[in-house]
Design a protein around this ligand. Structure first.
Ligand code: GDP
Length: 300
């Protein structure tokens, strides 16, 4: 039987990349014994569409100092060009096969125990209402109609399973924190979704969507902290990174840095994070590549 991915995937502090670091070698957290080194690095198949180049500010550079080093990658051998732009994710030998060729809507589940019963790897997308989850799902699968799920406040909240390339699931979880919903219609996130996270063996990673155009919000911090405390593997997907700051607000990269500083106490090892924009396509291919390396490792 496969070990749950949450036990097997690690992030490591890439101390070797920090100019003035004298931290101990991250190799003491070795996961390499369980990894076959016979893999040659696959080519990174991404969709032909180019994502715009982003400029990485000093703030973003600072945040990149805590890297996500995937299994099969020697932290000592990480070079700058192995880091996915706009993220802290290092691309390792398991990356590849990131194209979305086919998507099927499999069904909606009312309860976690009604979810499809097979062991294909899955990624669960979670975030505050209005964070841009439907837009991101549509951008990932390049189909406008896919994420037209019941997202209106007060409607029954469902877990929607989409099967991608007949091999892995993208799961649309109910949004939390509907600002305008009556109290009775607010989702009881704790009982509804926590069961899913804690019991879903095939969950490779939660994709926690966080709006980068606003300062860190308590509800998102609570969610990230809960996932951290429960050792649920998580990738933070920052959305709306195309939005420039308004007169009072901070820039997306400043919000991103602040969010991570707030949550870091709940993480022994820092989670992977990535900047995206469904409006410009920023981060789309990078996110798919990151998911491919988690998935391919999980599959092995
Ligand atoms: P959901 O409630 O999380 O599914 O959010 P939606 O995908 O419906 O998006 C909520 C609002 O944010 C809509 O008005 C979108 O047009 C807008 N939005 C979503 N993604 C982006 C983005 O990347 N950039 C910008 N500027 N707006 C976005």
């Amino acid at each position: 039987m496969l070990m749950p991915a949450r036990i097997r995937l690690f992030t490591l502090r890439a101390s070797s990349l920090l100019p003035s670091s004298s931290s101990p070698s991250p190799f003491s957290l070795s996961f390499r014994t369980s990894i076959s080194h016979s893999h040659s690095a696959p080519s990174h198949h991404v969709s032909a569409t180019k994502t715009p180049k982003i400029s990485i500010s000093d703030t973003a550079k600072f945040v990149r100092t805590v890297l996500f080093i995937p299994p099969g990658t020697d932290p000592e051998e990480v070079t700058d060009d192995m880091i996915l732009p706009g993220s802290n994710v290092v691309l390792g030998p398991y990356a590849g096969d990131a194209k979305v060729k086919e998507v099927q809507f499999i069904g909606s589940s009312i309860r976690p125990k009604d979810c499809p019963k097979d062991d294909r790897p899955e990624f669960a997308m979670l975030g505050r209402s209005n964070v841009g989850k439907s837009s991101l799902i549509n951008s990932l699968v390049r189909k406008k109609e896919v994420a037209l799920t019941s997202k209106k406040p007060g409607k029954t909240q469902l877990i929607n399973h989409f099967l991608v390339n007949r091999s892995w699931y993208l799961v649309d979880l109910p949004g939390y924190g509907f600002a305008n919903a009556p109290e009775s219609a607010r989702m009881d996130w704790s009982s509804f979704t926590k069961g899913y996270f804690l019991n879903r063996e095939s969950l490779v990673s939660v994709l926690l969507l966080v709006d980068a155009s606003v300062p860190p919000q308590k509800i998102d911090i609570d969610c990230a902290n809960w996932l951290g405390r429960n050792n649920i593997p998580m990738t933070i997907v920052f959305t709306k990174c195309d939005k420039v700051k308004n007169s009072k607000g901070k820039r997306p990269d400043e919000n991103i840095k602040n969010f991570q500083e707030v949550i870091k106490e709940n993480y022994k090892i820092h989670p992977p994070w990535i900047m995206t924009s469904s409006a410009t396509g920023l981060g789309r291919d990078e996110l798919l590549l990151h998911m491919s390396q988690l998935r391919n490792y999980w599959d092995n």
